[in-house]
Design a protein around this ligand. Structure first.
Ligand SMILES: C[S@@+](CC[C@H](N)C(=O)[O-])C[C@H]1O[C@@H](n2cnc3c(N)ncnc32)[C@H](O)[C@@H]1O
Length: 274
């Protein structure tokens, strides 16, 4: 098995980009920080319907970005801890927690180093929307989730579907597959000045590395530790505009307009540690 030190240069590139994105995202319409400050939840309807048992529970949010979802779970009654490897994201998350007087702990750490800096056990581990692609090793990831959960605890993820990720976003007027579903653990390199919240943004740190994990690898990684799979749900719509053909529905999710076939764009998964 490849040691995590092998991925250092990839993590460094990704981290530079994520640090730069914090400010851009915090000012974006997509994240609607003003609405959040005024009391709006940043959570979407599916995770709120599928992860209801949070009140009074300790919840660890992996890859929490600048903490809007973490703090939204706190507003629902959870006792929250968010972790992210971007120091800019964690600084803003702590500022928001103080400003809005929502109690929360935020830990600055690469997810793979987390056992060195945190030793609590949690009732729930949560992670969502745009997380798995930054992780080269899902077996280590599953061990870390297992490490931080109490016996009987719940792991919940809602994420881009690995099939939907194959859509080539460069083909603006047609639906094309642009990537390999099975790419043998090799990361794709992207060089983009724009971002998912603003295609016209002029981002200096253009390069990122992204791992495309098949759905089987995600599930098998979780099953090799002490998890019982409670459900895997797939959805034919997305939480953001992956392709220009997508339009926003009244419920806030995005669906294709002219492309008429139903394909999986997101999945959610709940598992219990036994
Ligand atoms: C798309 S965001 C997370 C999603 C969250 N749903 C949101 O939009 O606020 C991805 C996050 O993963 C973090 N990240 C990427 N690689 C990481 C790693 N190896 N360890 C910890 N955090 C990481 C980034 O800093 C970023 O905040």
């Amino acid at each position: 098995m490849i040691g995590l030190e092998h991925y250092k240069n990839y993590f460094d590139a990704n981290l530079k980009r994520w640090n730069e994105l914090v400010d851009i995202n915090a000012k974006s319409k997509f994240y609607d920080l003003e609405g959040f400050k005024a009391g709006k939840t940043s959570l979407l309807s599916i995770e709120r319907e599928e992860l209801t048992e949070v009140k009074g529970k300790t919840l660890l949010h992996l890859q929490c970005h600048f903490g809007m979802d973490t703090l939204s779970w706190a507003r629902e009654g959870a006792i929250v801890t968010g972790i992210d490897f971007s120091e800019n994201a964690i600084t803003l998350a702590r500022t928001l927690s103080e400003e809005l007087e929502i109690p929360a702990s935020f830990v600055h750490s690469n997810i793979y180093d987390l056992p060195n800096v945190l030793d609590n056990k949690f009732d729930i581990v949560f992670t969502s929307y745009g997380v798995i692609g930054w992780l080269p090793d899902l077996y280590k990831w599953a061990e870390i989730i297992d490490n931080f959960l109490k016996a009987g605890g719940i792991f919940y993820i809602i994420e881009n579907h690995p099939f939907g990720n194959l859509i080539d976003e460069k083909h603006k007027n047609e639906f094309n597959i642009g990537y390999d579903y099975f790419n043998e653990g090799k990361p794709y390199r992207f060089d983009e000045v724009g971002s998912y919240v603003d295609t016209n943004a002029m981002i200096k740190n253009k390069t990122t590395y992204d791992w495309f994990h098949p759905i089987g690898d995600i599930i098998n990684a979780l099953l090799q530790v002490n998890f019982k799979l409670l459900f895997l749900h797939e959805f034919p719509f997305s939480f953001f505009q992956i392709h220009p053909d997508m339009k926003r529905k009244e419920d806030g999710y995005w669906e294709f307009q002219t492309f008429k076939h139903s394909i999986p764009m997101m999945f959610s998964l709940k598992a219990k540690k036994y």
